[in-house]
Design a protein around this ligand. Sequence first.
Ligand code: MN
Length: 228
Amino acid sequence: MSRAAVTWHPPSLPTSDGREFPVRHAWCVGRNYAEHAREMGVDPERASPVFFSKPARALVHADSVAYPPETEELHHEVELVVFLASGGRCLSPEQAAASVFGYAVGVDLTRRDVQSRAKQAGQPWEMSKGFDQSGPVGLIVPSRDWAPAPESTIELAVDGRRRQAARLGEMIWPVPELLAALSRTVTLEAGDAVFTGTPAGVAALEPGERVRAHVEGLPELDLTIAAA
Ligand code: MN
């Protein structure tokens, strides 16, 4: 029996200059700010960055995301997200920097209870990170219009109360070095998004709460957590 051709369109995210960025894959790094590594019980001096993934489809540009199923501990992690115009393997930091298309603020939403149970059981914790709508992001600003500076602030507030605040210079692995390290493990490609890690202050969200995530100089992400 013949079937109709399968059609599929990559998820795409809007840019600040009215274009669309087609997302191929979303990479993430854990433990890229020392204070957050400590709050997760890891010595930042001894830990190298941990890479993991979200499905491309998890990235959304929206003013509301649904509280996900199968968790009672949904955590926010505000992050600078980097979007790639090109890729490659074993990139130098200079080559990695030249591969960047642009930047946005994003939130790596995490089912912390699922992650904790998986860690204790020695099981993969992918389902704690890769659920639907787990990567809300703001408008993508092209790299010609904005670049991360060490003094730039990154922060997140819930219902007007600040929960996370740091400067981008606190990253253990700055963007070029982080991309170079990731490219030694996998081939990076055009359309890739890279969540660059979160500072300290991660905590639980409840349905109905309003999340405002901001990186200085980038459009704010203003998000409501809708009922399940
Ligand atoms: Mn994260």
